[in-house]
Design a binder for this molecule. Structure first.
Ligand SMILES: [Zn+2]
Ligand SMILES: [Zn+2]
Length: 273
């Protein structure tokens, strides 16, 4: 198979993962910044685990813990605590802790499930969390036998890229880059992470306006994830909560940051710098 075909397969798998996590798990389920069409939401909750290998409810709870305790010792993944290189292992440990907490119905974790009217995925409940990895491995092997090893690797690496995607956002987005808002955390706007991970690198903008479907405040901050939301909306597959959108820099009437409605004990409003 040609190099271009392998690249296209990698990009398709990589983008599918990003759309599930960034638009589905993050902007829609965790923050309710986007309301998905009910059919699409059911597909996301049922199929998200199969695509990414990550349980939607556990991801959302871990992410809400991150917003609640950002860059404090209780943050499930902060480079302030473990350094940029320690994030990969830290997010894995935290995810496992959240899964166990939810399965045990521990109130320390279930209190972050507000607005999530679905259970932990059956794969995770029954200890079969590894099955999607095996399925993607088998598909990758089949593609390798059919079209060459590079095609199989492109598919598997693209489909299983979420730990790297998450690691880049969680490390670079809280360590390197400028700040538009004086939030209480160490969040940054990292353009490299934003380009690679559909706008998710603009963590400072996002922590200031967690209820905004867009993570872009300035004109040069390109949030491809928001473009995906707008496209889905035009297709009738979601609606964007425009009341809580982050204001554009230099805009005439900048609204107050949206409260973190889905979280207990939200941070005080962040002030523009
Ligand atoms: Zn963050
Ligand atoms: Zn968030």
């Amino acid at each position: 198979m040609s190099l271009i075909a392998c690249l296209l397969v990698f990009l398709a798998a990589y983008l599918l993962n990003l759309l599930v996590i960034s638009v589905g798990y993050h902007r829609a389920l965790a923050h309710k910044a986007v309301r998905l069409h009910p059919v699409l939401q059911r597909m996301l909750v049922a199929g998200g685990s199969w695509i990414t290998g990550i349980d939607a409810k556990s991801w959302v709870v871990m992410h809400r813990l991150h917003h609640e305790h950002s860059d404090t010792p209780l943050d499930p993944h902060s480079p302030v605590n473990v350094g940029i290189l320690g994030i990969g292992a830290e997010q894995l440990r935290s995810y496992k802790r959240v899964v166990i907490g939810l399965l045990k119905r521990d109130p320390a974790y279930t209190k972050y499930t507000k607005g999530l009217d679905f259970d932990v995925h059956v794969l995770t409940r029954r200890g079969r969390w590894w099955l999607p990895y095996v399925v993607h491995g088998v598909v990758g092997l089949g593609l390798a036998l059919w079209g060459g090893w590079m095609l199989g690797v492109a598919y598997f690496v693209g489909m299983m890229s979420h730990p790297i995607q998450g690691g880049l956002v969680n490390s670079l987005g809280h360590a390197l880059g400028g700040r538009n808002f004086d939030t209480r955390d160490n969040s940054r706007n990292n353009h490299l992470a934003a380009w690679l991970i559909l706008g998710e690198g603009f963590q400072n903008n996002h922590h200031a306006y967690p209820g905004s479907a867009s993570f872009s405040h300035r004109a040069h901050e390109v949030d491809l994830g928001y473009w995906a939301c707008v496209t889905l909306e035009r297709l009738g597959l979601c609606s964007i909560d425009r009341a809580h959108l982050i204001p554009r820099a230099g805009g005439a009437s900048a609204p107050r940051p949206a409260p973190e409605v889905t979280l207990p004990g939200s941070h005080p409003a962040a002030a523009p710098r």
